[in-house]
Design a protein around this ligand. Sequence first.
Ligand code: AP5
Ligand code: MG
Length: 216
Amino acid sequence: MKILLMGPPGAGKGSQSEKLVRDFDLTSISTGEMFREANRNNEPLGVEAMKFINKGELVSDEITNEIVRKRLLKPDAERCFLLDGYPRTVEQAKALDEMLDEMKSKLTAVINIVVDKQAILERMVGRRVCKSCGSSYHLSFKPPKVNGQCDRCGGELYQREDDQLESVKNRLEIYESKTKPIIDYYAGRGILRNVNGMQSFSEVYEDIKKALGEVA
Ligand code: AP5
Ligand code: MG
């Protein structure tokens, strides 16, 4: 399975991909997570990327395409992968097609999680993320067992700087103008499925599995 998980910021891509990756043994490729990890490791690429990310702006297509190209060429991405947060512009979608062509590979499913704006704001304001492993929680909808501590690894939970209101507004505008047009880009291929993200975590998950069963 080669899956692309789409949806606006805060739609639940990361939450759903955590479980999909475990259950279906997929290689997770999240560009946002790759940039944040590079920053945690003090790599120049990550430090530079965070200047854009914290303001809610996109990292350049050139840099983003390059890190994805390198990641897709690793052996663990050959059989199956799940892309979360990439592509995010039509230019990136075209670049991904070229990469997959070169690898004689192709996407099997594009899942688009649909949520309304009010839910997005609530989800992002209450989100907390583990500093060590990147697992995502919500103060009301998915609280950790111990306040401020990751259930999986015991790491410290923090609020992403781009979850501040100003950055969130920017991210939503950019989603509308740059990322949403990708839905049309994939629409004609018969592998795109919309999933209602305005349900519980497990209901969304079940609908994603159903959609995958139709196309993958
Ligand atoms: P990225 O990390 O990809 O962020 P995003 O797309 O904005 O999405 P989020 O991670 O904010 O949300 P999500 O959909 O994963 O939701 P989550 O599951 O966490 O990218 C960050 C930045 O990196 C970008 O803004 C950009 O600057 C840069 N970047 C990344 N990729 C790039 C690219 N390709 N090109 C250029 N720049 C790029 O859920 C959110 C919250 O809601 C959580 O608290 C969760 O617990 C809760 N929640 C989830 N589902 C439910 C539910 N069903 N019910 C109740 N609560 C829920
Ligand atoms: Mg995410």
